[in-house]
Design a protein around this ligand. Structure first.
Ligand SMILES: Nc1nc2c(ncn2[C@@H]2O[C@H](COP(=O)(O)OP(=O)(O)O)[C@@H](O)[C@H]2O)c(=O)[nH]1
Ligand SMILES: [Mg+2]
Length: 443
């Protein structure tokens, strides 16, 4: 998993939203503060964090959720959108013949990334080759050569040549026909110095690379922005690879630097192995960081528990003694399926329980729908006092609902059974308590 710490805190924040009973100003402000803290702790640029949190707060407070979306979902969506936004545009390297040049400071992961890129293009069916343009450190030649062998791609280097431009030129010439993607590794410096820039410029002029990619270590922190800017000013980078994003790496500095300089992040490195390399897609990255799959489940659970709260009120009213067809109608509207009533049936003493379960409690959705149609052709008076419904009224109601007399009678029977049950509960305190507990409505 990449950026575990940031991921954990952001997930915690989203869970707070998902399980909130109401989305109010207090909650939104709290959420925004949580997000600020999490992002700053992972080194995201301070200015970006402030802009982002202002935007989230404003949108969450002012925008109405679109139809069909709950307030909670809407706020989560806003957080997601704005996080994606700070990662900038996404871009894919074209799968074609090209020269790719890697730049960046020492130890950022250029040589390792050369092997990863080669692996990537090999998988795409192209023929990659690598060129050792780091002529300043003796070990650099061996390192790239070894990686080339490991990923099984052609290698070019010249241990005795100290002129990087010459080596790169020779390498490009050598692979001009035999390779599709020529990946040029270059040397870095501990910091961006004039001679490094001069060398990069010379190599560019000599080889005209299609891609100039900045390789940046996730640990670079808040200086990432100025580092990326310096490289960009010098050589006009076409993309960024952020390495070492694996585990608990902070990474926010490097990630936000991309948007700051307007160069897209193309890949991320998630380990030392050549296959620890992923195409970077801002939306997918944020979805994963936030655990959006989990959030969806969470939201569904929250919906259920809120429904439970409505059901609690109905149950309380039902058990208060008075139970009319209006109550039953409302209860049917509210409860999809007969969940709580089934639970009630389970609690009833033997005989009655079996009777109800065998008969009415197995009522299907379809039957409930029919019951509602029947009740729709009753008068308010009948709904309030079902004892009024005798033979002549049964006939009229059945006709109005387009059903048969026996359907109406079945409904009345169901109503009487339910009412009896409710009465039983309301007169038996212990049973009532037990039921409320069983339904997990508290007491
Ligand atoms: N964990 C981890 N280590 C990496 C990653 N990329 C590079 N490294 C390690 O970082 C160190 C420096 O990498 P190197 O490619 O030599 O950097 P260069 O000086 O820019 O060429 C090496 O030990 C690599 O194994 C990565 O994505 N994850
Ligand atoms: Mg290197």
């Amino acid at each position: 998993m990449v950026m575990e710490n940031l991921s954990e805190s952001l997930k915690g924040t989203l869970q707070k939203i998902a399980s909130a009973v109401t989305i109010d100003t207090k909650l939104i402000k709290e959420v925004v503060r949580d997000i600020q803290r999490a992002l700053l702790q992972s080194d995201v640029n301070v200015k970006l964090v402030l802009e982002l949190s202002k935007k989230i707060e404003k949108r969450a407070l002012e925008e109405k959720p679109p139809a069909g979306m709950s307030g909670r979902e809407h706020v989560i969506r806003i957080v997601y959108d704005e996080l994606v936004e700070i990662l900038g545009d996404s871009r894919e390297l074209p799968v074609k013949k090209q020269i790719i040049m890697l730049t960046g400071l020492y130890g950022q992961g250029k040589t390792t990334s050369a092997g990863k890129l080669a692996t990537y293009f090999k998988k795409k069916g192209l023929r990659p080759a690598v060129v050792a343009g780091d002529v300043h450190r003796p070990a650099a030649y061996d390192q790239l050569k070894q990686i080339a062998e490991q990923v099984d791609v052609p290698f070019y280097g010249d241990k005795n040549e100290k002129n990087a431009v010459k080596v790169v030129k020779n390498g490009v010439e050598k692979f001009k026909r035999s390779a599709d993607v020529i990946i040029v590794d270059t040397s870095g410096r501990h910091k961006l110095e004039n001679d490094l820039i001069k060398e990069m410029e010379d190599i560019f002029k000599a080889t005209r690379p299609d891609e100039k990619i900045l390789v940046m270590d996730a640990a670079v922190g808040q200086q990432a922005g100025s580092q990326a800017k310096a490289f960009n000013d010098a050589v006009n980078i076409t993309g960024i690879i952020i390495t070492k994003l694996d585990g608990t790496a902070k990474g926010g500095g490097a990630l936000s630097a991309a948007a700051e300089v307007g160069a897209p992040i193309i890949f991320i490195g998630t380990g030392e192995h050549p296959s620890d390399f992923e195409r970077f897609d801002p939306e997918r990255f944020i979805s994963r960081l936030l655990g959006m799959g989990d959030i969806k489940t969470l939201l569904e659970k929250a919906e259920e528990s809120l429904k439970g709260k409505d059901a609690e009120e109905t149950a309380r009213r039902m058990m208060s003694g008075k139970f009319t067809l209006h109550d039953m109608y409302e209860q049917m509207n509210m409860l999809s399926g007969m969940g709580p009533l089934n639970k009630i049936a389970e609690m009833l003493p033997g005989g009655m329980s079996g009777k109800i379960k065998g008969m009415d409690m197995n009522t299907t959705q379809d039957k409930l729908r029919r019951f509602k149609i029947i009740m729709d052709s009753m008068t308010d008076e009948e709904m309030e006092d079902p004892s009024l419904i005798r033979a002549s009224r049964v006939k009229r109601i059945a006709r109005g609902a387009g059903m048969e007399n026996k359907d109406v009678k079945e409904l009345i029977k169901y109503y009487n059974m339910t009412k009896k049950m409710m009465k039983g509960f309301s007169s038996n305190r212990k049973m009532r308590k037990g039921l409320m507990k069983q339904l997990q409505f508290g007491n």
